[in-house]
Design a protein around this ligand. Structure first.
Ligand SMILES: [Zn+2]
Length: 440
């Protein structure tokens, strides 16, 4: 068909698919080494490039990268603690501080606490017994509450005269000392920040002593297991003013994902969300999510389809396993994608939020990820394969940060001619929801 324009965008995010090269894969990345005929077909019939949501070399968390991909400025980012809290259905008041946390095995040595095991395994029953012991605390006029979001994970919610500008206590590596809770240097004089650092510190110390001698831990220690006796914390956040997704981008947005942080991102930005579950088969999972996207195309203009599988495979630090997960995803995409490929109104984008290296200590890394645009009228370049190396020779070149959403709007014929002001806000899309001119 010709003469018809693209009207909808389906953005498939293969979380953390970018990687480094490995000797055991003939010096290729897991994505290069994987057999991916479906993604290769999209790449060979589309425009390709390399994407990074921030600065090249910067290791971005998923939620920050997604926030930018969804057309937002990082200054409006509320912190992962807030997003996870919203995603878990926790009601936050405007000034509450939400800190991401989980239980860990800590050991005292010379007055400091070392992290023996960051993510211990414990039964639901035993973790509930520990939570009962440390659920609520009050100090310096700050109310502190632990709220479980699943297993050993949760949110520490601080209410009162509080602020989120404090350091994490999580060193991210087993065997390292816990980090002191301090105000950020620019907030050293800020009373609410000082108050928050003090209150959280006192809570963490109190919780450590409460749990240290808890019957759950006495029994663990007598069985030769490490005591699960403390919390480690990171990425405190607080709600901010944010423009709703529809107003920000002119598109009705839907996010289909399994992680609660994406539900939280949806709740924060006003995008609708559909929560899906992960199974042991990432290919079937992504096929199911693409089918849900197809079923919802009439009601939305921008649909985010997410899989965490490549990122989690990267965290196992086994490049060959990650390669196999990618192959499973490709085959799953192949089972469901054809109605979208055949739809003359759909712009399909396949990319990732960041790279996740399959070796070394980094959780995420700062290399760019492959980006493919596919749809009617999209330029076709000479790239034949979907991977980090071939994509570098594509027609899209290097795409950064919020440029991605501008490119979506452009392909949907919604890009505003720069300088036009049809609304008081200089939004990137056109036409805006303007006020009709009134005679009186
Ligand atoms: Zn990610």
């Amino acid at each position: 068909m010709t003469g018809q324009s693209l009207k909808k965008c389906v953005l498939i995010i293969l979380d953390g698919i970018g990687d480094r090269s490995y000797e055991q894969l003939d010096h290729q990345t897991p994505l290069q080494a994987a057999k991916t005929p479906v993604m290769d077909e999209l790449a060979s019939c589309g425009a390709n490039g390399l994407y990074h949501a921030g600065h090249l070399g910067q290791a971005l968390p998923s939620e920050n990268a997604h926030f930018v991909m969804f057309g937002y400025d990082m200054s409006a980012f509320p912190g992962r603690g807030v997003l996870e809290a919203l995603g878990a259905g926790i009601r936050l008041r405007r000034k509450d501080v939400a800190v991401l946390t989980h239980f860990a095995c800590l050991r005292e040595q010379g007055g400091i606490l070392l992290v023996d095991e960051r993510k211990p395994v414990i039964s639901e029953h035993d973790v509930s017994r520990l939570i009962n012991e440390v659920e609520e605390f009050e100090t310096h006029g700050v109310h502190v509450r632990f709220i479980q979001t699943g297993g050993i994970f949760g949110i520490i919610l601080l209410s009162g005269d509080v602020a989120p500008y404090i350091t994490d206590s999580d060193p991210f590596i087993d065997g390292r000392p816990l980090i002191e809770i301090e105000p950020w240097s620019d907030f050293k004089q800020d009373k609410a920040t000082g108050n928050t650092a003090l209150a959280l510190k006192e809570y963490l110390v109190w919780a450590y002593y409460c749990m240290q001698d808890h019957p759950v831990n006495r029994s663990r220690v007598s069985n030769g297991q490490l005591a699960i006796n403390g919390f480690i914390t990171q990425r405190a956040g607080q709600l901010k003013e944010v423009t709703p997704f529809k107003q920000c981008n002119g598109l009705r947005g839907l996010s289909i994902a399994s992680g609660i942080v994406y539900l939280g991102l949806g709740s924060y930005t006003g995008m609708d969300t559909i929560k899906v579950e992960d199974t042991v088969n990432p290919g079937e999972d992504i096929a199911g999510r693409i089918k849900i996207a197809i079923d919802n195309l009439d009601d939305y203009d921008f649909i985010h389809v997410h899989t965490k599988a490549p990122d989690e495979a990267g965290h196992t630090k086994d490049p060959e396993f990650k390669m196999r997960v990618i192959e499973s995803l490709d085959s799953g995409i192949g089972k469901a994608i054809h109605p979208l490929m055949d739809d003359p109104e759909v712009l399909l984008i396949v990319t990732a939020d960041h790279s996740t290296p399959s070796t070394g200590p980094l959780i995420h890394s700062g290399e760019a990820v492959p980006l493919t645009f596919y749809g009617q009228g999209v330029r076709r370049d000479a790239v034949m394969r979907f991977n980090e190396i071939d994509a570098a020779t594509g027609a899209l070149g290097n795409v950064r940060g919020s440029q991605l959403m501008y490119m979506v709007l452009d392909h949907l014929d919604m890009s505003k001619l720069h300088g036009i002001m049809d609304t008081p806000v200089d939004q990137p899309y056109w036409p805006g929801e303007y006020q009709p001119f009134r005679l009186k």
